[in-house]
Design a protein around this ligand. Structure first.
Ligand SMILES: NC(=O)c1ccc[n+]([C@@H]2O[C@H](COP(=O)([O-])OP(=O)(O)OC[C@H]3O[C@@H](n4cnc5c(N)ncnc54)[C@H](OP(=O)(O)O)[C@@H]3O)[C@@H](O)[C@H]2O)c1
Length: 315
Protein backbone atom coordinates (compact mmCIF):
# COMPACT_ATOMS: atom_id res chain seq x y z
CA UNK A 1 0.00 0.00 0.00
CA UNK A 2 1.29 3.47 -0.89
CA UNK A 3 1.83 5.70 2.11
CA UNK A 4 2.28 9.40 2.81
CA UNK A 5 5.41 9.98 4.85
CA UNK A 6 5.61 12.52 7.64
CA UNK A 7 8.73 14.33 8.87
CA UNK A 8 9.03 12.15 11.98
CA UNK A 9 8.93 8.97 9.86
CA UNK A 10 5.26 8.12 10.46
CA UNK A 11 3.43 6.71 7.45
CA UNK A 12 -0.22 7.26 6.61
CA UNK A 13 -1.77 4.59 4.34
CA UNK A 14 -2.91 6.34 1.16
CA UNK A 15 -6.39 4.76 1.12
CA UNK A 16 -8.63 5.17 4.15
CA UNK A 17 -12.29 4.62 4.94
CA UNK A 18 -14.49 7.74 5.06
CA UNK A 19 -17.29 7.80 7.62
CA UNK A 20 -19.38 10.91 6.92
CA UNK A 21 -23.06 9.89 6.57
CA UNK A 22 -22.24 6.33 7.69
CA UNK A 23 -25.31 5.64 9.77
CA UNK A 24 -25.37 4.40 13.32
CA UNK A 25 -26.23 0.73 13.07
CA UNK A 26 -24.04 0.36 9.96
CA UNK A 27 -20.81 2.20 10.68
CA UNK A 28 -19.53 -0.15 13.40
CA UNK A 29 -19.81 -3.11 11.04
CA UNK A 30 -18.30 -1.10 8.16
CA UNK A 31 -15.21 -0.23 10.20
CA UNK A 32 -14.82 -3.86 11.31
CA UNK A 33 -15.15 -5.08 7.70
CA UNK A 34 -12.61 -2.49 6.61
CA UNK A 35 -10.03 -3.37 9.27
CA UNK A 36 -10.51 -7.11 8.78
CA UNK A 37 -9.98 -6.68 5.04
CA UNK A 38 -6.77 -4.69 5.11
CA UNK A 39 -7.69 -1.03 5.74
CA UNK A 40 -5.32 0.66 8.16
CA UNK A 41 -6.67 4.21 7.93
CA UNK A 42 -10.06 5.47 9.15
CA UNK A 43 -11.27 9.05 8.69
CA UNK A 44 -13.61 10.34 11.39
CA UNK A 45 -15.02 13.63 12.67
CA UNK A 46 -16.96 14.70 15.73
CA UNK A 47 -19.68 16.27 13.59
CA UNK A 48 -20.42 12.98 11.79
CA UNK A 49 -22.19 11.94 15.00
CA UNK A 50 -20.94 8.35 14.84
CA UNK A 51 -17.62 8.32 16.69
CA UNK A 52 -19.03 6.31 19.62
CA UNK A 53 -20.06 3.51 17.22
CA UNK A 54 -16.67 3.61 15.51
CA UNK A 55 -15.11 3.43 18.97
CA UNK A 56 -16.97 0.19 19.61
CA UNK A 57 -15.46 -1.28 16.43
CA UNK A 58 -11.97 -0.14 17.44
CA UNK A 59 -12.39 -1.61 20.90
CA UNK A 60 -13.50 -4.98 19.57
CA UNK A 61 -10.79 -5.15 16.90
CA UNK A 62 -7.91 -3.95 19.08
CA UNK A 63 -8.87 -6.11 22.05
CA UNK A 64 -9.01 -9.10 19.67
CA UNK A 65 -5.25 -8.73 19.40
CA UNK A 66 -4.77 -9.45 15.68
CA UNK A 67 -4.61 -5.77 14.74
CA UNK A 68 -2.89 -3.36 17.10
CA UNK A 69 -3.85 0.25 17.72
CA UNK A 70 -0.49 1.42 16.42
CA UNK A 71 -1.10 -0.37 13.11
CA UNK A 72 -4.08 1.86 12.26
CA UNK A 73 -4.03 5.54 11.27
CA UNK A 74 -6.97 7.37 12.83
CA UNK A 75 -7.89 10.93 11.81
CA UNK A 76 -10.57 13.08 13.43
CA UNK A 77 -11.60 16.72 13.16
CA UNK A 78 -12.38 19.62 15.44
CA UNK A 79 -15.89 20.93 14.86
CA UNK A 80 -16.57 24.58 14.15
CA UNK A 81 -18.19 25.25 17.53
CA UNK A 82 -14.95 24.54 19.41
CA UNK A 83 -12.46 26.97 17.86
CA UNK A 84 -11.85 29.00 21.02
CA UNK A 85 -8.64 27.97 22.74
CA UNK A 86 -10.45 26.72 25.84
CA UNK A 87 -12.70 24.43 23.77
CA UNK A 88 -10.15 22.67 21.55
CA UNK A 89 -8.67 20.13 23.99
CA UNK A 90 -12.03 19.29 25.64
CA UNK A 91 -13.50 18.63 22.16
CA UNK A 92 -10.53 16.43 21.31
CA UNK A 93 -10.86 14.54 24.61
CA UNK A 94 -14.54 13.87 23.85
CA UNK A 95 -13.55 12.44 20.45
CA UNK A 96 -10.88 10.25 22.10
CA UNK A 97 -13.41 9.04 24.65
CA UNK A 98 -15.97 8.23 21.93
CA UNK A 99 -13.40 6.49 19.74
CA UNK A 100 -12.04 4.64 22.83
CA UNK A 101 -8.49 5.75 21.99
CA UNK A 102 -5.61 7.33 23.92
CA UNK A 103 -4.37 9.34 20.97
CA UNK A 104 -5.18 10.27 17.38
CA UNK A 105 -2.73 10.01 14.52
CA UNK A 106 -4.07 13.19 12.96
CA UNK A 107 -6.38 15.97 14.17
CA UNK A 108 -7.67 18.58 11.73
CA UNK A 109 -9.42 21.93 12.03
CA UNK A 110 -12.49 20.84 10.05
CA UNK A 111 -13.31 24.22 8.44
CA UNK A 112 -11.92 27.75 8.62
CA UNK A 113 -15.28 28.74 10.04
CA UNK A 114 -16.25 29.31 13.67
CA UNK A 115 -19.64 28.95 15.34
CA UNK A 116 -20.62 29.89 18.84
CA UNK A 117 -19.99 27.11 21.32
CA UNK A 118 -22.58 24.32 21.15
CA UNK A 119 -24.07 25.54 17.85
CA UNK A 120 -23.86 22.37 15.75
CA UNK A 121 -25.23 24.04 12.65
CA UNK A 122 -25.92 27.76 12.23
CA UNK A 123 -29.42 28.90 11.40
CA UNK A 124 -28.92 32.65 11.82
CA UNK A 125 -26.12 35.21 11.53
CA UNK A 126 -25.69 35.41 15.31
CA UNK A 127 -24.68 31.72 15.45
CA UNK A 128 -21.25 32.53 13.99
CA UNK A 129 -18.08 33.89 15.46
CA UNK A 130 -16.04 35.97 13.05
CA UNK A 131 -12.40 35.19 12.37
CA UNK A 132 -11.61 38.47 14.13
CA UNK A 133 -13.32 37.16 17.28
CA UNK A 134 -11.58 33.76 17.06
CA UNK A 135 -8.57 33.97 14.75
CA UNK A 136 -7.43 30.66 13.27
CA UNK A 137 -4.08 31.12 15.01
CA UNK A 138 -5.83 30.91 18.40
CA UNK A 139 -7.32 27.54 17.40
CA UNK A 140 -4.04 26.44 15.84
CA UNK A 141 -2.03 27.20 19.00
CA UNK A 142 -4.42 25.00 20.97
CA UNK A 143 -3.92 22.24 18.36
CA UNK A 144 -0.14 22.59 18.92
CA UNK A 145 -0.72 22.25 22.66
CA UNK A 146 -2.75 19.05 22.05
CA UNK A 147 0.20 17.65 20.12
CA UNK A 148 2.61 18.63 22.92
CA UNK A 149 0.40 16.79 25.40
CA UNK A 150 0.62 13.62 23.29
CA UNK A 151 -3.11 13.54 22.54
CA UNK A 152 -2.41 13.66 18.79
CA UNK A 153 0.64 12.77 16.72
CA UNK A 154 0.04 15.14 13.81
CA UNK A 155 -2.05 18.24 13.27
CA UNK A 156 -3.48 19.84 10.17
CA UNK A 157 -6.43 21.59 8.59
CA UNK A 158 -9.27 20.92 6.20
CA UNK A 159 -11.01 23.04 3.58
CA UNK A 160 -8.21 25.63 3.61
CA UNK A 161 -7.39 27.63 0.45
CA UNK A 162 -3.73 28.45 -0.24
CA UNK A 163 -4.49 32.00 0.91
CA UNK A 164 -5.74 30.72 4.25
CA UNK A 165 -2.75 28.39 4.58
CA UNK A 166 -0.35 31.22 3.77
CA UNK A 167 -1.97 33.41 6.35
CA UNK A 168 -1.71 30.73 9.04
CA UNK A 169 1.88 29.87 8.10
CA UNK A 170 2.90 33.52 8.44
CA UNK A 171 1.87 33.39 12.11
CA UNK A 172 3.34 30.06 13.27
CA UNK A 173 6.45 27.94 13.02
CA UNK A 174 4.39 24.74 13.22
CA UNK A 175 3.24 24.22 9.62
CA UNK A 176 0.02 22.20 9.16
CA UNK A 177 1.01 18.68 8.12
CA UNK A 178 -2.21 18.00 6.19
CA UNK A 179 -4.89 19.83 4.25
CA UNK A 180 -7.94 17.62 3.68
CA UNK A 181 -9.91 19.03 0.75
CA UNK A 182 -12.31 18.02 -1.99
CA UNK A 183 -10.29 16.53 -4.88
CA UNK A 184 -11.48 14.45 -7.83
CA UNK A 185 -11.39 14.70 -11.64
CA UNK A 186 -14.15 17.36 -11.64
CA UNK A 187 -12.19 19.42 -9.07
CA UNK A 188 -8.50 18.54 -9.39
CA UNK A 189 -7.27 21.83 -7.83
CA UNK A 190 -3.73 21.61 -9.29
CA UNK A 191 -2.64 25.00 -7.93
CA UNK A 192 -3.66 24.14 -4.37
CA UNK A 193 -1.97 20.73 -4.66
CA UNK A 194 1.23 22.34 -5.93
CA UNK A 195 1.17 24.96 -3.18
CA UNK A 196 0.82 22.21 -0.57
CA UNK A 197 3.59 20.11 -2.11
CA UNK A 198 5.95 23.11 -2.14
CA UNK A 199 5.25 23.71 1.52
CA UNK A 200 5.49 20.08 2.66
CA UNK A 201 1.78 19.87 3.42
CA UNK A 202 0.19 16.53 2.54
CA UNK A 203 -3.26 16.46 0.96
CA UNK A 204 -6.15 14.08 1.50
CA UNK A 205 -8.85 13.88 -1.19
CA UNK A 206 -12.41 13.88 0.17
CA UNK A 207 -15.62 13.07 -1.74
CA UNK A 208 -13.52 11.17 -4.30
CA UNK A 209 -16.56 9.33 -5.70
CA UNK A 210 -18.88 12.31 -5.88
CA UNK A 211 -20.55 12.03 -2.48
CA UNK A 212 -23.88 10.89 -3.95
CA UNK A 213 -25.36 10.00 -0.55
CA UNK A 214 -25.44 13.65 0.55
CA UNK A 215 -28.88 14.90 1.50
CA UNK A 216 -30.89 16.32 -1.41
CA UNK A 217 -30.71 19.82 0.06
CA UNK A 218 -26.93 19.75 -0.20
CA UNK A 219 -27.07 18.83 -3.88
CA UNK A 220 -27.13 21.09 -6.90
CA UNK A 221 -29.81 20.51 -9.50
CA UNK A 222 -28.60 18.04 -12.14
CA UNK A 223 -25.23 17.61 -10.50
CA UNK A 224 -22.78 15.59 -12.61
CA UNK A 225 -21.88 12.05 -11.59
CA UNK A 226 -18.23 11.07 -11.41
CA UNK A 227 -19.14 7.39 -11.46
CA UNK A 228 -21.11 7.88 -14.72
CA UNK A 229 -18.58 10.15 -16.42
CA UNK A 230 -17.84 8.61 -19.86
CA UNK A 231 -14.05 9.12 -19.63
CA UNK A 232 -13.94 7.35 -16.24
CA UNK A 233 -16.10 4.49 -17.53
CA UNK A 234 -13.87 4.14 -20.58
CA UNK A 235 -10.70 3.86 -18.47
CA UNK A 236 -12.46 1.43 -16.11
CA UNK A 237 -13.52 -0.81 -19.02
CA UNK A 238 -10.01 -0.77 -20.45
CA UNK A 239 -8.58 -2.13 -17.18
CA UNK A 240 -11.58 -4.32 -16.38
CA UNK A 241 -12.13 -2.53 -13.05
CA UNK A 242 -14.93 -0.35 -11.63
CA UNK A 243 -15.25 3.43 -12.11
CA UNK A 244 -14.80 3.83 -8.33
CA UNK A 245 -11.49 1.98 -8.52
CA UNK A 246 -10.29 4.31 -11.28
CA UNK A 247 -11.25 7.38 -9.23
CA UNK A 248 -9.51 6.10 -6.10
CA UNK A 249 -6.33 5.10 -7.92
CA UNK A 250 -6.31 8.46 -9.74
CA UNK A 251 -6.11 10.19 -6.34
CA UNK A 252 -3.31 7.91 -5.12
CA UNK A 253 -1.40 8.44 -8.38
CA UNK A 254 -1.39 12.18 -7.63
CA UNK A 255 0.38 11.57 -4.31
CA UNK A 256 -2.63 12.32 -2.13
CA UNK A 257 -4.38 10.18 0.44
CA UNK A 258 -8.01 9.34 -0.42
CA UNK A 259 -10.90 8.38 1.85
CA UNK A 260 -13.87 6.87 -0.03
CA UNK A 261 -16.87 6.41 2.25
CA UNK A 262 -18.78 3.16 2.20
CA UNK A 263 -20.93 1.02 4.44
CA UNK A 264 -21.47 -1.63 1.72
CA UNK A 265 -19.20 -4.63 2.16
CA UNK A 266 -18.43 -5.19 -1.55
CA UNK A 267 -17.63 -1.51 -2.05
CA UNK A 268 -15.42 -1.37 1.05
CA UNK A 269 -13.37 -4.31 -0.17
CA UNK A 270 -13.16 -3.32 -3.84
CA UNK A 271 -12.30 0.30 -3.00
CA UNK A 272 -9.13 -0.84 -1.23
CA UNK A 273 -8.44 -3.21 -4.14
CA UNK A 274 -8.08 -0.16 -6.41
CA UNK A 275 -4.47 0.04 -5.29
CA UNK A 276 -3.75 -2.71 -7.81
CA UNK A 277 -5.09 -0.70 -10.78
CA UNK A 278 -2.28 0.45 -13.07
CA UNK A 279 -3.28 3.74 -14.61
CA UNK A 280 -1.20 4.61 -17.64
CA UNK A 281 -0.11 8.00 -18.93
CA UNK A 282 -2.87 7.99 -21.58
CA UNK A 283 -5.50 7.19 -18.91
CA UNK A 284 -4.36 10.13 -16.81
CA UNK A 285 -4.47 12.35 -19.92
CA UNK A 286 -7.99 11.20 -20.72
CA UNK A 287 -9.11 11.93 -17.16
CA UNK A 288 -7.38 15.33 -17.19
CA UNK A 289 -9.28 16.07 -20.38
CA UNK A 290 -12.66 15.91 -18.62
CA UNK A 291 -12.16 19.61 -17.99
CA UNK A 292 -15.21 20.21 -15.82
CA UNK A 293 -15.05 22.38 -12.72
CA UNK A 294 -17.54 21.16 -10.16
CA UNK A 295 -17.52 21.18 -6.35
CA UNK A 296 -19.89 18.85 -4.49
CA UNK A 297 -19.34 20.13 -0.94
CA UNK A 298 -19.82 23.84 -1.49
CA UNK A 299 -19.85 25.08 2.08
CA UNK A 300 -23.12 26.79 1.23
CA UNK A 301 -24.59 25.25 4.34
CA UNK A 302 -22.59 27.89 6.21
CA UNK A 303 -24.26 30.74 4.43
CA UNK A 304 -26.91 32.71 6.24
CA UNK A 305 -27.61 36.22 4.97
CA UNK A 306 -24.97 38.57 6.35
CA UNK A 307 -22.71 36.01 8.04
CA UNK A 308 -18.96 36.62 7.81
CA UNK A 309 -18.20 33.52 5.74
CA UNK A 310 -19.63 34.09 2.27
CA UNK A 311 -17.23 32.86 -0.43
CA UNK A 312 -15.59 30.51 2.04
CA UNK A 313 -13.04 29.19 -0.47
CA UNK A 314 -11.74 32.64 -1.37
CA UNK A 315 -11.23 34.02 2.11
N1 LIG B 1 -13.10 17.46 5.62
C1 LIG B 1 -14.31 17.63 5.12
O1 LIG B 1 -14.90 18.72 5.20
C2 LIG B 1 -14.97 16.48 4.43
C3 LIG B 1 -16.06 16.72 3.57
C4 LIG B 1 -16.62 15.63 2.90
C5 LIG B 1 -16.13 14.36 3.11
N2 LIG B 1 -15.07 14.14 3.99
C6 LIG B 1 -14.54 12.77 4.24
O2 LIG B 1 -14.38 12.12 2.98
C7 LIG B 1 -15.13 10.92 2.98
C8 LIG B 1 -15.61 10.58 1.58
O3 LIG B 1 -16.41 11.60 1.01
P1 LIG B 1 -18.00 11.50 0.91
O4 LIG B 1 -18.54 10.69 2.03
O5 LIG B 1 -18.47 12.90 0.75
O6 LIG B 1 -18.30 10.79 -0.46
P2 LIG B 1 -17.67 9.71 -1.45
O7 LIG B 1 -16.72 8.83 -0.74
O8 LIG B 1 -17.24 10.46 -2.64
O9 LIG B 1 -18.99 8.91 -1.88
C9 LIG B 1 -19.72 8.11 -0.99
C10 LIG B 1 -20.83 7.45 -1.80
O10 LIG B 1 -20.25 6.56 -2.77
C11 LIG B 1 -20.82 5.27 -2.60
N3 LIG B 1 -19.78 4.29 -2.94
C12 LIG B 1 -18.70 3.93 -2.20
N4 LIG B 1 -17.95 3.01 -2.84
C13 LIG B 1 -18.57 2.77 -4.01
C14 LIG B 1 -18.30 1.92 -5.09
N5 LIG B 1 -17.22 1.13 -5.09
N6 LIG B 1 -19.14 1.92 -6.15
C15 LIG B 1 -20.25 2.73 -6.16
N7 LIG B 1 -20.56 3.56 -5.15
C16 LIG B 1 -19.73 3.59 -4.08
C17 LIG B 1 -21.25 5.19 -1.16
O11 LIG B 1 -22.28 4.25 -0.99
P3 LIG B 1 -22.10 2.95 -0.03
O12 LIG B 1 -21.91 3.46 1.36
O13 LIG B 1 -23.37 2.18 -0.23
O14 LIG B 1 -20.92 2.21 -0.57
C18 LIG B 1 -21.76 6.61 -0.96
O15 LIG B 1 -23.05 6.76 -1.45
C19 LIG B 1 -16.26 11.23 3.97
O16 LIG B 1 -16.97 10.09 4.35
C20 LIG B 1 -15.48 11.91 5.06
O17 LIG B 1 -14.78 10.95 5.84
C21 LIG B 1 -14.49 15.20 4.62
Amino acid sequence: METLKFKNGDKMPAIGLGTWKSEKGKVEEAVKIALNNGYRHIDCAATYGNEAEIGRAFNEIFSGGKIKREDVWVTSKLWNDSHRKEHVIPALKQTLKDLQLDYLDLYLIHWPVAFKHRVSFPSKDEDYLSLEEVPIIETWNAMIEAKKQGLVKHIGVSNFSSKKLNDLMSKTTEIPEMNQVELHPFLPQPELLQFCQENNIHCTAFSPLGSSDRSEKMKAENEPSLLKEPAIIEVAKKHNVSPAQVLIKWAVARGTAVIPKSTTKDHIISNLGSIKVNLEEEDLKKIAGIGRDFRYVTGEFFVTPGNPYNNIYDL
